[in-house]
Structures are given as structure tokens and as C-alpha cells.
Design a protein around this ligand. Structure first.
Ligand code: PLP
Length: 412
């Protein structure tokens, strides 16, 4: 993390701005800061590893902050949204509607109306959803563009979260797809989407899932009412959250996709092939910054009590998507003094609000800032902000030329 967010005079910087100055600029702590250059850099890395013909879509659910979305709209080829709220945010950017897909179970009819009127791709999750889209389409006089989200007949190994295979609320079981295709009526059939799992650090299992997905799509294409123009292979690329995790190696995934593009996928010459990533694109570009409000000792343990907590960054407390609780990487952001072992807790009156259990940090006093890394994905919007009535955190996107500090820094 220290390379990603370098220190200047001992203080951690984000986008070139020291976090204490950023705290003053945004109006206080706690806050999430995301770095524009890291976002662009990550997209560039993915593009360099993947064959040029693969489209890159951003899953908005990972971080829907409007400034982040505006930035990403110029970086990626499409957006995937999971609600009418996300759809609205995506449409507010320069991303063309025909590059937006809407997946997710339980879309209400009002949401389907919005999606069809906007002209985005509706990813059908059930036969009953299909019936509602047909009604909406007729009512609005708009030929809705639809893809089928398929629950595959395999599951992916090594995923932190499995969303495909077995019985699922997501997608249409592969064996039911022919019957659903037969009932598409006048809808504009676009293609297929398979999303097998999330937070996977194993390139081999991602490759295996991609091969199995392509095989499945080829079988389904044989019974499709029109040529397949869209194949969304999902993603699930994970990021390391603890010292035990090894970063994902993109090279074998790129090679695997290149091979698929040169072989099986040639059978679908009209198809735009998409990889859909959320966490991998934004997760490491963000940091959650919170201030020490109390330092206390209890029976041999030194506690740092900070003004943030799980109500802003639930995942760091281990209560979102972790099977075994592990500390997220964290650091004292405003000091590099002697290292000590401390336990960092949030300000909520619950033992669940644990941000760092017996971690080695540079000694922090009341007023120092603590940074929690890997906070760019599933942070604020995946957290119970209303819990215990504390104020919400700020969010800021920094970095890039427009944000340089200029010459207005006083000598210390
Ligand atoms: C359909 C779909 N697309 C994309 C994602 C994003 O996954 P990740 O952030 O792990 O890349 C998810 C995650 O649940 C999903 O369900």
C-alpha cells in the first residue's frame, strides 16, 4: 500500500494530497478518498493483459460515487447496473445507453419501464421477468433489448462469493433457457450473460470458468432465435485484502481469453465479448480515513477508538463477504513513529465494530489519522450508514493534473 499511496514528510498522500490536508479540504473525517490515476492505471493494466477485442464493463455496484462513474465512463466500454438508482447514475454519465446492462433479481415493473425507456439491455433473470418485459415493451411501444442471464450448470472454484451453479436466485437455469428463448416474442434478443462468482484470486479457476461459460454459450446459441451479439463472460477478479492473499495474475487470464477468441468464440462472429469487473477496477484505488478520538488501555490491550467504523466500511470489520475475519490493511496515516501493537475500533457501541485486531501500527495519538486500504469497492454503499445515527462519511475523488497542490504550501 505504501507504494500506492506514497508518504510526503511522513504523511500518507492520496492523489498527491496529504491526507491531513484532504481532511481539511473535505470538511473533516471520516472520508473515503479515491485516486483517479489509480483507477485509470488499473483499467490500463487490464486492457494491456486482455485481448483488444474483449470489451471491459464496470459493475457500478462496486462504487457508484457519481464522480467515479463519470471518470470511469471515459475509461471502460460499458456499465453494468443493478437497480434503477444505479441506472440513473449511469445515464447521467456519457456512457451510451446501449452500452449499459441491467442485471439483478427482483427488478420491479417500474424499474423495467425505466430500463426499456432508456434503451439499455435488460438481463432477464426469470421467465416471469420476461413476461413483464414483454408487457412493458408493448405498453411503451419500444422493442426492448434483452439478454438472458444464465445460471450455469457448473460453479466456479475459489470464488469468495458464488453466484452461479446449483439453485440460485440469479439468472435462468441453463436447462430452462431453450424454453425461455422460445417465448421472447418480438423482443430484441441480444445475447447471454453468465456471472459465476466474485472475489477470486485464482487465475486457473477463472480461466476454467471462462472456458466452461463459452462452451455453454455456444450450446445455447444453437437454439437462439437470432445471432448472438453479446456474450458477457462475467469476471470475479479478486483483490488481496490480507497479507495471506496473493494478487491475481492477469497474464494467464489474458492468454486464455486470447485462445478462446481465436477458437470457440469465432463461431459467434457477431458477438461483442465482455468481461465485467467491479472490485478489481476500483477496490485498490480507495482509502477510508478516520481520526483517532480516544486512546485507552484495557487489561493489556491498547485501543485506538476512531470516529469512523463499520457503519461506513462494513467490509473492513469482517462482516461483509468474509468467511473468516481478517484485518484489512491499515496504517497510521499521519505519523511514522515507533511501531506498537494496538486494536483499532470504530465509534459504534457494538463489539462488531472492529477495524484492526492487534495490528502493528506507528504509534498514533488522539487526532492522528488512520487509513484503511482496499476501500474503493463495496465501502460506503455496502455499509449500514444509518446504524446508531452517526453522520455519513464524505467522499472525494482526487489525483490527475487538475488536483496538483500548486505552490501554496507553507513551509513547516
Ligand atoms: C452480475 C454481477 N456483475 C458484476 C459483479 C461485480 O463483481 P466484482 O465486484 O467482484 O467484480 C457482481 C457481483 O456480485 C454481479 O453479481
Amino acid at each position: 500500500m505504501s507504494n500506492t499511496f506514497p508518504r510526503v514528510d511522513g504523511v500518507l498522500t492520496v492523489g498527491g494530497v496529504p491526507v491531513d490536508r484532504l481532511a481539511a479540504r473535505v470538511g473533516g473525517t471520516p472520508f473515503f478518498a479515491y485516486d483517479r490515476d489509480l483507477l485509470s492505471g488499473r483499467v490500463a493494466e487490464v486492457r494491456a493483459a486482455l485481448p483488444a477485442e474483449i470489451s471491459l464493463s464496470y459493475a457500478v455496484k462496486a462504487n457508484p460515487m457519481p464522480a467515479v462513474l463519470h471518470h470511469m465512463s471515459a475509461e471502460v466500454d460499458g456499465f453494468d447496473v443493478a437497480s434503477a438508482g444505479e441506472l440513473q447514475l449511469a445515464l447521467d454519465t456519457t456512457m451510451p445507453a446501449d452500452r449499459i446492462s441491467f442485471a439483478g433479481p427482483g427488478k420491479t415493473t417500474d424499474e423495467l419501464v425505466q430500463a426499456v425507456a432508456a434503451g439499455v439491455t435488460v438481463e432477464l433473470e426469470s421467465i416471469t421477468e420476461l413476461a413483464r418485459v414483454r408487457d412493458v415493451s408493448e405498453r411503451l411501444g419500444i422493442r426492448a433489448r434483452v439478454a438472458l442471464r444464465v445460471n450455469p450448470d457448473f460453479s466456479v472454484r475459489g470464488a469468495g462469493m458464488t453466484l452461479g451453479g446449483g439453485a440460485q436466485q440469479f439468472g435462468i437455469d441453463a436447462e430452462q433457457v431453450p424454453a425461455v428463448l422460445a417465448q421472447l416474442g418480438d423482443l430484441d434478443f441480444y445475447g447471454f450473460h453468465v456471472f459465476a462468482g466474485s472475489q477470486n484470486l485464482r487465475a486457473d479457476s477463472i480461466c476454467e470458468a471462462q472456458r466452461a461459460t463459452v462452451d455453454l454459450v455456444l450450446r445455447l446459441a444453437e437454439v437462439a432465435p437470432a445471432p448472438v451479439r453479446y456474450v458477457n463472460l462475467g469476471g470475479g477478479f479478486g483483490i488481496p485484502y490480507s497479507a495471506r492473499d496473493t494478487a491475481l495474475d492477469l497474464a494467464p487470464i489474458g492468454e486464455n481469453l486470447a485462445k478462446l477468441a481465436d477458437t470457440s468464440l469465432r463461431q459467434l462472429p457477431d458477438a461483442r465479448v465482455v468481461i465485467e469487473l467491479g472490485r478489481y477496477l476500483v477496490g485498490e484505488a480507495g482509502v477510508y480515513v478516520t481520526r483517532v478520538v480516544d486512546r485507552k488501555h484495557s487489561r493489556g490491550t491498547t485501543f485506538l477508538v476512531v470516529d469512523g467504523g463499520l457503519h461506513h466500511q462494513l467490509a473492513a470489520s469482517g462482516n461483509f463477504g468474509q468467511k473468516i475475519r481478517r484485518n484489512y490493511p491499515l496504517a497510521t496515516a499521519t505519523s511514522e513513529s515507533t511501531v506498537e501493537t494496538v486494536t483499532v475500533v470504530g465509534c459504534l457501541c457494538t463489539p462488531l465494530d472492529l477495524l484492526g485486531d492487534k495490528v502493528e501500527l506507528a504509534r498514533a495519538e488522539v487526532g492522528d489519522l488512520i487509513a484503511i486500504f482496499q476501500a474503493g469497492a463495496y465501502g460506503l454503499t455496502a455499509s449500514p450508514t444509518a446504524f446508531l445515527g452517526h453522520p455519513p462519511p464524505r467522499e472525494v475523488l482526487v489525483g490527475g493534473k487538475a488536483h496538483s497542490l500548486g505552490e501554496n504550501k507553507c513551509r513547516r
